[in-house]
Design a protein around this ligand. Structure first.
Ligand SMILES: Cc1cc2nc3c(=O)[nH]c(=O)nc-3n(C[C@H](O)[C@H](O)[C@H](O)COP(=O)(O)OP(=O)(O)OC[C@H]3O[C@@H](n4cnc5c(N)ncnc54)[C@H](O)[C@@H]3O)c2cc1C
Length: 276
C-alpha cells in the first residue's frame, strides 16, 4: 500500500464491508477506535494502520439479545451498554467491565474492540478471563465463512493476532451464577487478573470456575474439582489440598511472576475461607 495513502471506509452492512475489505485487504476494522487512537495497542504512531474500516454503521454488529440458552452481544456494543443491563449479565463480567479504564472510555470502547486489542506487554484484555470462566464463544467472520471459537482457545492461538477476521458476536451460555469475585494485580492498562465465578447453595459449592489472565490464561480444573460438590463449610484440609493443586499448576507457568503467584494463592485462600 502507498505509504502516504490513508483510507477510511464506512460500510453500512456486512455485504458492503466484505466488498470494501476485498478491495483494501490491509484495512483494519475499528470499533470505538480508543485502542488505535491512543496508540497504546500499536506502541508507536508509525504502526498506525494505513486504512481503516469503521464498523460503526453496521446494524448486524449492534445490540444484545437473550434467548433461553444464551446472551448474544454484538461486537459493536459498547462496554457501558453491557453494564447498563445489570443483573441480566453475569456478575463476573460486570465486575470485569467496571474495572476497564474510565466510564468515559467505556462509552466508546466496544466489546469486539476490547477482545481484539493488543498491548505491548502482550497482556490479554480485561474481558478475557471473565468470558473464559463463563465458557463464552466468539463468532468470527471472513467473506465466505463464519466460525465459533471458545474464548480460551482464542486467547491461546494465533487467531487472536489475525487482523483479517471480523468478530461479529460474543455468546455467553446462561447459567445460574450467583457468586463472583474479581482481583486485578496492578493498576496498569491490561493488568493481570484472576476471576472466580460459581453457583453456591446454602450448603455446598455446586460449580466453580477460576481463571487467571496475564499474557496467557491459566485455569486448574483439577483444583476446581477438589471443591466442586463439597459441602460448606469447607474443611481446612480441603482448602489446603486446593491450594496445593494451584501451586502445582504454577510449576510450568513461567509467564507469571513469583510475587503475583503468591498474591493469587493468598487471594484464593481468603476467598475460600470467606465461603466457609
Ligand atoms: C486510558 C485507557 C485505559 C485503558 N484501560 C484498560 C483496562 O484497564 N483494561 C483493558 O482491558 N483495556 C484497557 N484499555 C484498552 C481499552 O479496553 C481498549 O482501548 C478498548 O476496549 C478497545 O475498544 P475499541 O472499540 O475502541 O477498539 P478499537 O480501538 O476500535 O480496536 C482495537 C483493536 O481491535 C480490532 N477490532 C475492533 N473491533 C473488531 C471486530 N469487531 N473484529 C475484529 N477486530 C476488531 C481493531 O482492528 C484493533 O486492532 C484502556 C485504554 C485506554 C485508552
Amino acid at each position: 500500500m502507498d505509504e502516504n495513502f490513508r483510507e477510511a471506509l464506512l460500510p453500512s452492512n456486512l455485504d458492503e464491508l466484505w466488498t470494501m475489505w476485498n478491495r483494501f485487504p490491509e484495512a483494519r476494522p475499528v470499533g470505538g477506535s480508543s485502542n488505535i487512537v491512543s496508540n497504546y495497542g500499536y506502541g508507536d504512531s508509525l504502526s498506525y494502520p494505513d486504512s481503516i474500516i469503521s464498523l460503526a454503521s453496521i446494524q448486524e454488529l449492534q445490540g444484545i439479545t437473550r434467548s433461553e440458552r444464551y446472551i448474544d452481544i454484538g461486537a459493536m456494543t459498547n462496554l457501558n451498554q453491557i453494564l447498563a443491563l445489570g443483573k441480566a449479565i453475569p456478575e463476573i463480567l460486570l465486575l470485569s467491565l467496571n474495572n476497564i479504564a474510565s466510564p468515559q472510555l467505556r462509552n466508546i470502547a466496544t466489546i469486539g474492540g476490547n477482545i481484539n486489542s493488543t498491548n505491548p506487554k502482550g497482556i490479554l484484555p480485561g474481558t478475557i478471563a471473565a468470558l473464559s470462566s463463563l465458557d463464552a464463544l466468539l463468532e468470527f467472520h471472513s467473506p465466505k465463512t463464519s466460525r465459533w471459537i471458545s474464548v480460551s482457545r482464542f486467547a491461546a492461538s494465533d487467531f487472536r493476532l489475525d487482523a483479517t477476521k471480523l468478530l461479529s458476536k460474543v455468546r455467553i451460555p446462561i447459567a445460574q451464577w450467583n457468586y463472583a469475585s474479581y482481583k486485578r494485580f496492578d493498576l496498569s492498562y491490561y493488568p493481570e487478573i484472576i476471576v472466580m465465578t460459581g453457583i453456591i447453595t446454602k450448603t455446598s459449592i455446586a460449580k466453580i470456575k477460576i481463571v487467571y489472565s496475564g499474557t496467557e490464561l491459566l485455569q486448574s480444573k483439577a483444583a476446581e474439582s477438589i471443591i466442586e460438590g463439597k459441602n460448606l463449610p469447607l474443611e481446612t484440609r480441603t482448602i489446603k489440598h486446593f491450594i496445593d493443586e494451584w501451586k502445582e499448576n504454577f510449576e510450568n507457568a513461567n509467564f507469571i511472576r513469583p510475587l503475583i503467584k503468591s498474591q493469587i494463592l493468598s487471594f484464593l485462600e481468603t476467598e475460600l475461607n470467606k465461603l466457609t
